[in-house]
Design a protein. Structure first.
Length: 61
């Protein structure tokens, strides 16, 4: 009897991942489920410090 490891299944087997989303993920090198589990982003946007529009400066993110 042969067992398959679901970590090596194509990313489209996940619920909510269709061809369009799979193409977007492939741009990041994510093609199988284990790729998604081990993907670590290089940076992120910190959205915990919320400012009013009058407190922002030009060019500030």
């Amino acid at each position: 009897m042969k067992f398959s490891n679901p970590l090596y299944d194509d990313i489209t087997y996940l619920k909510g991942v269709g061809p369009k989303r799979a193409k977007q993920l492939k741009a990041y090198g994510i093609e199988i489920i284990s790729d998604l589990l081990y993907y670590i982003p290089r940076k992120y946007l910190d959205r915990t410090n919320i400012k009013n529009i009058n407190q922002t400066k030009i060019g500030e993110q």
